[in-house]
Write a protein that binds this ligand. Structure first.
Ligand SMILES: Cc1cc2nc3c(=O)[nH]c(=O)nc-3n(C[C@H](O)[C@H](O)[C@H](O)COP(=O)(O)OP(=O)(O)OC[C@H]3O[C@@H](n4cnc5c(N)ncnc54)[C@H](O)[C@@H]3O)c2cc1C
Length: 340
């Protein structure tokens, strides 16, 4: 189905970057459309770490992922964007300066400018393929943490050497009965500060920490009850009771669709952008985790800045120089008071 209306700007992805881009498009006088492949907004903070505290959002001392996602959504909704859920963008075609965005659902949207905010793509967790993993997925084996309260009084095994594994270990040690962190090697993807914190917690006896260990088997009756781990150098095994196994082996982003959009990607598969978030295709801007440029850090605070920049330059692309929106917004229209 082709929607004949030619929109000003379509934002692909409703994570932090896409939501803030929508907000800035709206404050610049445009009515943006957000196409989101999931059935909710908020991106990674909502999907991957809803209860993890985030400490580096300016103006917010501490906020968890879900609250951050909800607040960003509420902020973006003030400018009344059109939001289309379950629309996974597959193809982009340009005809006479109008983009046709083709979704998996068969829907086609038309617009004059695009802001790509697809993050690292639609995620699926990397599996370990160990005995018991598939059988107990959803019955104690998980790849993301949804509700912290589920872990109250539990023995929890966390696997991984990245920031997610370190974050969950620190957060859950205050909730679970016991937390054991294992990692397959003595090298970590996580920030050095986080690794040092984990080592200090292990030394203080607040968590159990084993390297270089992997999972041999997950067992139970209907739900996870026991795990066996092994030292991948000595083959020494340890078995102990657990009720939850959190596998933080990473996510495979399925950004295959992105490769078909004709964009210049770097060797790591990120979209190459310039200082105004412009891609190699005129009228297509890209922001957030999907992009990389010298000095880029994959932090939400950077993505907010990119969102403001891309929205401004998308407006300039559509309306020409000097016809963009206000430099800053004076707030939502006050509801007119009704006198009876
Ligand atoms: C465990 C963890 C903890 C983190 N903690 C912090 C932190 O404390 N501070 C910080 O600054 N950053 C943190 N980050 C990083 C931060 O979450 C990301 O930088 C941020 O979410 C990127 O925002 P984004 O909008 O670019 O992408 P995402 O949040 O990934 O959102 C992209 C959206 O696009 C959608 N999408 C993807 N492909 C398509 C498609 N083809 N069609 C339609 N929709 C599509 C996705 O479904 C998703 O909703 C953390 C990340 C993780 C994993």
């Amino acid at each position: 189905m082709v929607t004949e209306k030619i929109h000003d700007v379509i934002i692909i992805g409703g994570g932090p970057a896409g939501l803030m881009a929508a907000f800035y498009c709206g404050t610049g006088g445009m009515k943006p459309v957000i196409l989101e492949s999931l059935d909710f907004l908020g991106g990674q903070p909502a999907a991957l770490y809803p209860e993890k505290p985030v400490y580096d959002i300016p103006g917010l001392i501490e906020v968890n992922g879900q609250t951050l996602a909800s607040t960003l959504t509420e902020q973006a909704m003030q400018i009344e964007p059109i939001v289309e859920f379950n629309q996974s963008v597959e193809e982009i075609k340009k005809e006479n300066d109008v983009f046709n965005i083709i979704c998996k659902s068969g829907k086609v949207y038309k617009c004059k400018a695009i802001i790509i905010a697809t993050g690292k793509g639609a995620f699926s967790p990397i599996k370990l393929n160990v005995p018991g993993e598939e059988e107990f997925t959803g019955k104690g084996v998980m790849y993301t943490v949804k509700h912290l309260s589920d872990f109250k009084g539990q023995d929890v095994l966390i696997l991984g050497g990245g920031d997610s594994a370190m974050d969950w270990t620190c957060t859950l040690k205050n909730i679970a009965k016991s937390v054991t962190l294992i990692h397959r090697r003595d090298g970590f993807k996580a920030h050095i500060g986080a690794v040092n914190q984990i080592k200090a917690l292990a030394e203080a006896g607040e968590i159990n920490f084993h390297i270089p260990y992997e999972i041999r088997q997950i067992e139970g009756k209907g739900k996870v009850e026991k795990v066996t781990i092994f030292n991948n150098q000595t083959q020494e095994e340890k078995s102990f009771p657990v009720q939850s196994v959190i596998i933080c082996a990473g996510f495979k982003p399925t950004s295959d669709a992105l490769k078909k959009w004709g964009l210049q990607l770097n060797e790591k598969g990120f979209i190459v952008t310039n200082e105004i978030c412009r891609t190699n295709i005129e009228g297509i801007f890209a922001i957030g985790d999907a992009t990389e440029y010298p000095g880029k850090r994959h932090l939400i605070v950077m993505e907010f800045g990119e969102a403001a920049s891309a929205a401004g330059f998308a407006s300039t692309h559509i309306y020409g120089k000097g016809k963009g929106g206000a430099e800053w917004w004076s707030g939502p229209k006050k509801k007119e008071s009704v006198t009876i």
